[in-house]
Ligand binder design. Structure first.
Ligand code: 4AD
Ligand code: MG
Length: 443
């Protein structure tokens, strides 16, 4: 049996082969028999189709060999595609032949429930399960949507290094590694390099893995996660919120248009996603504190939000909300400051940082963090020192303020948190093929 005689089909494209005999390559997802009919659920990575084996229609060898087919055995199947309104796919396969490629050992993940710890140890196999498959397919579509969005808007992709001598988001979450006679860090954010890119290309975006030695064991924290970071020369705080809002709407719309099958598998409430349309509410940190107080989650001015505060803000609006003008003392060294809670940037230190975070509803937390950058060399030099960073390592970054400085702004969107929110999965560990977390480095 070779596929050369019959067209090789993918299950998600079976509709194109209605009435034809095709070859499929895949794995046994499940099987059952009832008398003279046997049912084989075939998985090929693009979907699942039910194959029906009827004695007489199917080759005797295949019919008798059915008993030997174990869960996740790899197989090649020849069958005739037939409309079947009762199947989710709309099609079934009348199986003519099944050829085992390898008969799988007893598969550790049965179709019953398993504990998360066990599934995480078997992540290399767990990704074949329906919900994991659906979430990772949506992740793949989101990567496409991201690139598509920035390309449409004329942003140049600009790749920062992963090994770096400087820290961007504070020194407490740096992973360090020997670098010949020096020490290097895994990048926490491509932003500082992205700023150099913005002054060379106008509008850019960086897109790659970023690393943080996060000790927090929460549903939102990974130690290795992907971030996309646009940076706009001459951009201001409002441009960050305008772009972030359009970006998130684009991603959600793309998934609604292209990931129906996956969203159904995940039982995602799609009305919630349909409601994600611009404009998103924009409130200052000071206003956020008032809302939090009203909702029974008061915090003193100057404190950062924790998970309960983000959840409460999400509940207040039911859609993503921008919080801007944070206390400068809780923000990174590079933010431009303002004197008042809705103000423009000033050329001195101010009480407020020109930052904007986007908080997703339903407890998914901050998915975007960004703002306007300090563009004056003297102020930035001082801040670098105040934050205990080594001025020498930032000379190239300060050069950006020496040679043609201009207002500029950007943000970072965390891909895994975004995938978690769009898919509705509870924990970010299910939104990346092989999650890295405080106690997870294998498989
Ligand atoms: O708010 P953060 O720390 O901002 C920056 O890194 C800026 N340099 C970005 C910029 O302005 N270019 O991180 C940005 C986003 C967060 O909003 C969150 O979505 C995600 O990155 N993020 C994480 N995602 C998963 N696990 C973690 N440990 C994360 N830390 C941040
Ligand atoms: Mg942040």
């Amino acid at each position: 049996m070779t596929s050369s005689q019959n067209p090789l089909a993918r299950i998600e494209k079976l509709a194109d082969f209605d009435g034809q005999t095709v070859a499929l390559r895949g794995w046994v997802f499940n099987k059952r028999s009832s008398g003279k009919i046997k049912f084989l659920m075939i998985r090929d990575g693009s979907g699942i189709v039910q194959g029906v084996l009827v004695k007489g229609e199917c080759s005797d060898e295949s019919f008798d060999g059915f008993e030997k087919l174990t869960q996740e055995s790899s197989i090649e199947v020849i069958g005739k595609v037939r409309k079947e309104p009762r199947s989710k796919l709309g099609f079934e396969l009348t199986v003519l032949e099944v050829k085992p490629v390898q008969i799988a050992d007893t598969y550790p993940i049965s179709l019953k429930e398993h504990g998360v710890e066990f599934l995480m140890e078997n992540r290399h196999l767990w990704i074949r399960s329906q919900r994991q498959w659906a979430a990772l397919r949506i992740r793949s579509e989101i990567f496409f949507a991201i690139q598509d969005f920035f390309r449409q808007r004329g942003f140049t992709r600009f790749d920062p290094p992963i090994l770096s001598a400087t820290s961007c988001e504070g020194t407490s979450t740096l992973f360090s590694t020997p670098y010949f006679d020096e020490k290097a860090f895994l990048t926490q954010s491509g932003q500082l390099y992205g700023e150099a890119g913005a002054f060379a290309f106008g509008n850019i975006y960086t897109f790659g893995p970023t690393f943080r030695a996060e000790k927090s064991k929460t549903r939102k924290h990974l130690t290795e996660f992907w971030m996309v970071e646009p940076e706009m020369a001459f951009g201001k705080l409002n441009d960050v919120m305008d772009l972030g809002e359009a970006f998130v709407c684009h991603i959600v719309r793309h998934c609604l248009n292209h990931c129906q099958k996956e969203l159904v598998i995940l039982e995602r409430n799609q009305a919630e996603l349909e409601a994600i349309v611009a404009p998103f509410p924009r409130i200052s940190y000071d206003e956020a504190l008032k809302i939090l107080e009203k909702r029974g989650h008061a915090i003193p001015w100057g404190e950062d939000f924790g998970a309960p505060h983000e959840t409460a803000l999400g509940e207040e609006f039911g859609k993503p909300v921008f919080v801007h003008h944070f206390p400068s003392k809780i923000k990174a060294f590079y933010f431009k400051n303002a004197d008042d809670p809705n103000g423009e940037g000033v050329d001195h230190d101010g009480k407020y940082a020109l930052g904007a975070d986007l908080i997703a509803p339903f407890g998914y937390g901050e998915i975007i963090g960004g703002g306007q950058r300090e563009d004056k060399v003297e102020i930035l030099e001082r801040r670098i020192q105040e934050h205990g960073l080594n001025l020498k390592d930032y000379q190239w970054y300060l050069d950006l303020r020496r040679y043609g400085s201009a207002p500029h702004a950007g943000f970072g969107l965390g891909v895994e948190r975004t995938v978690a929110w769009v898919t509705g999965v509870e924990h970010v560990r299910e939104t990346i093929p092989f999650p890295r977390m405080i106690n997870t480095i294998r498989p």
